[in-house]
Design a protein around this ligand. Structure first.
Ligand code: ADP
Ligand code: ZN
Length: 517
């Protein structure tokens, strides 16, 4: 095997690895199946290209985008690497060049579209070649939970089997946990080594507040950023107009943006935002996609976003230039209710709705989180991190109490019900309610049944979200949001560790819709 570092420098011309790359390269070279999750631009391609060059044999790369595939092949060949592609866009000459190079054992990387791979003739031929690694790019295309589902990707599990269960690597930029779990289920026989890197955006400050008077809170926040460009996300079209007006009245250069504006007004407002300095856009989520303005200094949410993924994407529009950026997200009970209603009344399938509910619950848990906001957010994406020291929670200002006993009651309810139930069932058990599900499971006979009668159910819901946000339980997002204890959860249950929980979110004040709304 050629020294990977030597290849990194002399073939690719890079002076070092990007965060995460080295560990992934080493796992691949060690023969492991791998799932690599990194944001776009994080440097995923190197993670299979480098091992391909360090070892004997052929690496088969599956990619859905023919244009990208051709770019990569051209780039590799410029670096002196034997690479080729198979797609419907190939001519006969390219096809025979590739076939010849594979036969001679010279080809290191072969890119193929999934449709092409699934053809029996292609598979027969490849099964007789020396394929060492199957690298599946844009692996989220295999999942129906994502928005990029491609039926051809569903065939890749078979391709793998027909290649004799060859070592497989899946790569994706998706931050969505349900999609990742789906990828694993569909492409691998056993869970692969999983690497998650690069979701932290350290220059973005995180803060959330219970909604009190949305207009006043947002104005106060924007005031701190006078003269800077920013986005205020609103729940409805009417709200965007009202917030743009309120901001203008306070002397800001502000405009509304929503899908109900005519096309001319939309592009006029968008251009103003892109070209002028210090503009504030009061917008629905229709605004932002495909907008690449590096110096957006703040993003505010006047209402709770749709899900934790939506939150991450929306705040991610701030600070693309890497300079400090600020965010504030307001949440109120009415938002939560509205979001739940939107899910229930939506067109989605029952499976999809179940996942939507979990994504919303994860966001509510983040809002009520008793520890570092960034740590909680990243742990949702399964990326480990230390307290950031500069989110609203790290900076203090939340009142905590010793919640060890409360946490133990919750954890014990989860354990005694077999770690197979979600929040509502645990609440029923704690509150001592003989719901249909409780009776069906015989849970009214449990020792923990009714031990939480001292608190209203709303408080238990918040406490459960906090215990989850603290990482004492993990949620199975693809089943019914059931909770299982983590190692730390067991430590707390056994009394080896104490926990602090937040008191201020237990009885969130009903949001008073601000006067003008
Ligand atoms: P992704 O597939 O994750 O979106 P790419 O593999 O296309 O990202 O890489 C993004 C860019 O980063 C490319 O221009 C690539 O050449 C560059 N790159 C990747 N790894 C390194 C590295 N170790 N050092 C410097 N640049 C790198
Ligand atoms: Zn923090």
């Amino acid at each position: 095997m050629t020294d990977p570092h030597h290849i990194l420098e002399h073939v690719f011309g890079f002076s070092g690895y990007r965060p995460g790359q080295q560990a992934i390269v080493e796992a691949v070279l060690g023969g492991e199946d791998v799932l690599a999750v990194m944001p776009t631009g994080g440097g995923k391609s190197l993670c299979y290209q480098l091992p391909a060059l360090a070892r004997e044999g052929l690496t088969l790369v599956v990619s859905p985008l023919i244009a990208l595939m051709r770019d990569q092949v051209a780039q590799l060949r410029r670096n002196g690497v034997e690479a080729g592609s198979l797609s419907s866009a190939n001519d006969e000459e390219e096809r025979s060049r590739v076939a010849e190079a594979v036969r001679a054992g010279r080809l290191k990387l072969l890119y193929a579209s999934p449709e092409r791979l699934a053809l029996p003739a292609t598979l027969d031929w490849l099964a007789r070649s020396d394929v060492k690694l199957l690298a599946i790019d844009e692996a989220h295309c295999v999942s129906q939970w994502g928005h990029d589902f491609r039926p051809e990707y569903a065939l890749l599990g078979d391709v793998r089997r027909q290649l004799g269960g060859v070592q497989t690597m899946a790569l994706t930029a998706t931050a969505d946990v349900a999609t990742r779990e789906d990828i694993v289920r569909r492409l691998f026989q056993a869970p692969p080594r999983t690497f998650i890197h690069g979701f932290d955006r350290p220059n973005i400050r995180l803060a959330m507040q219970a909604k009190d008077n949305a207009r006043r809170q947002i104005l106060r926040f924007v005031e701190r950023h006078r003269g800077q460009s920013g986005i205020v996300y609103c729940a409805t079209r009417k709200d965007t107009e009202a917030f743009a007006q309120a901001l203008s009245d306070s002397g800001f250069n502000a405009l509304p943006y929503h899908a109900g504006l005519d096309a001319a007004a939309r592009s006029r407002n968008q251009d103003a935002f892109l070209q002028e300095d210090g503009m504030v856009m009061a917008a629905t989520v229709a605004f932002g996609m495909g907008i690449d303005k590096p110096d957006v200094r703040f993003v505010a949410h006047a209402a709770l976003p749709k899900s934790i993924e939506a939150y991450y994407q929306e705040i991610g529009r701030a600070g693309r230039d890497g300079l400090p950026a600020d965010t504030l997200t307001l949440y109120g009970l009415d938002d939560i209710r509205l979001r739940r209603l939107q899910i229930e009344e939506g067109e989605a399938s029952e499976d999809q709705k179940r996942i939507e509910r979990q994504r919303l619950n994860a966001l509510i848990a983040l809002a009520e989180a008793p520890r570092c906001r960034r740590q909680t957010l990243l742990s949702y994406f399964a990326e480990a991190s230390e307290p950031c020291g500069r989110c609203d929670l790290c900076e203090g200002g939340v009142k905590v109490f010793d919640g060890t006993v409360e946490a133990q009651k919750i954890l014990s309810a989860a354990v005694r019900t077999g770690e197979r139930f979600g929040a509502e069932h645990l609440v029923a058990v704690l509150a001592g309610e003989e719901t249909e599900a409780v009776l069906r499971a015989g849970h009214q006979g449990l020792k923990t049944f009714g031990v939480g009668k001292d608190r209203p159910k709303g408080e238990w819901r918040s406490l459960i979200r906090q215990v989850y946000a603290l990482g004492l339980m993990q949620m199975d997002i693809t089943s019914y949001g059931s909770f299982a204890l983590t190692e730390r959860g067991w430590a707390v249950l056994k009394g080896a560790e104490r926990v602090e929980l937040r008191a201020d979110v237990l009885q969130p004040r009903e949001s008073t819709r601000s006067r003008r709304e």
